[in-house]
Design a protein around this ligand. Structure first.
Ligand code: SAM
Length: 311
């Protein structure tokens, strides 16, 4: 986290790689789908000046307010919208913002959200079990924990936390209901597996699973990637930074699929799907932070950047 006076900002990850992979040029038009506290947004605005234009989105109104203040020096070059990136195409249509030269997704939560005393993302801070990126959304993590059936909880913990002890954990959650705070949930998870060893990784995985379910993160990303590919002009690029294997797999598979001319099963002799490639993968190997960046910002350690170009 960077502190400016009383304001705290998220430290943006892989900034130079983002600028390089987006091929940011003066006068270009860009969308930052995850503005957060505006670190990448500021770098894109800087590099696209003079004449650049940026549309920024975030589901979190607090993030938009913070970024709006931080980005004042870039005046009329940007517009920030408090919305979910699953509505990307409609938002760009509303502001007549297309075609675009580059679209950035820096997924997950910011360190400002993680460390916030009332958002419920972290088990290191006791807070109401919330976890919503958009606090105006109805569903909270507490709703999931306190009202979903055991099989539903098992499937969330298994699918989004990749945690094999999902059944024991779901059972313990049911026994401890109602669970209203992050620490109550962390305790229930720890009780589920017993023993004296610290269980930070286990609790982290279950919290990740609940956050993904609360915000329907994978479905929003899937919808947005499809729309992003359609918004790019020729040579325009999509850049995605992900922080866990489920997101990264989704991005990798989407890029692979969209870079192929035919999606028919291999045993069909003639193409019947009519699919044509719209993207070329430009990061043959996934881009990850170097050691100095990881040392300076431990939260960057799991970042993976992939980019593709519209052809
Ligand atoms: C890792 S942070 C971005 C940090 C940002 N790049 C910066 O430099 O400060 C991710 C941001 O994406 C937002 N976000 C996550 N999912 C979203 C979605 N589906 N639609 C819009 N915003 C989303 C979160 O609210 C959070 O502010």
């Amino acid at each position: 986290m960077i502190t400016h006076g009383l304001t705290r900002y998220h430290i943006p990850v892989l900034v130079e790689d983002v600028i390089e992979q987006l091929k940011v040029q003066p006068g270009g038009r860009y969308v930052d789908c995850t503005v957060g506290t505006g670190g990448h947004t500021a770098a894109i605005l800087e590099k696209s000046s003079p004449g650049g234009q940026l549309l920024g989105l975030d589901a979190d109104l607090e993030a938009i307010r913070l970024a709006q203040t931080r980005l004042q020096p870039y005046g009329g070059a940007f517009l920030l919208v408090n919305d979910n990136f699953k509505n990307l195409a409609a938002i760009c249509a509303r502001y007549n913002f297309r075609p675009v030269h580059g679209i950035l997704f820096d997924l997950g939560m910011s360190s400002v959200q993680l460390d916030s005393a009332n958002r419920g993302f972290s088990f290191k801070v006791d807070a109401p079990l919330d976890m919503r990126f958009d606090p105006s959304q109805d569903l909270t993590a507490a709703d999931i924990v306190n009202t979903y059936s055991k099989p539903e909880l098992v499937s969330i913990i298994e699918a989004y936390g990749e945690e094999p002890r999902s059944s024991q954990i779901a059972r313990q959650i049911l026994l401890n209901r109602p669970i209203n705070t992050t620490l109550q949930l962390a305790q229930a998870i720890e009780q589920a597996v017993g023993g004296n060893r610290r269980k930070t990784h286990l609790v982290t995985r279950v919290f990740q699973a609940l956050r993904i379910a609360t915000n329907q993160e994978l479905s929003c990303l899937e919808q947005a990637l499809r729309q992003a590919a359609d918004l790019l002009g020729l040579g325009g690029r999509i850049v995605v930074i992900s922080y866990h294997s489920l997101e990264d797999r989704l991005v990798k598979e989407f890029f692979q699929q969209e870079s192929k001319n035919c999606l028919c099963p291999p045993d069909i002799p003639i193409c019947v799907c009519g699919h044509t490639s719209s993207l070329k993968i430009v990061t043959k190997k996934v881009v990850t932070p170097q050691l100095p960046e990881i040392e300076a910002n431990s939260r960057s350690h799991s970042a993976k950047l992939r980019a593709a170009e519209h052809i």
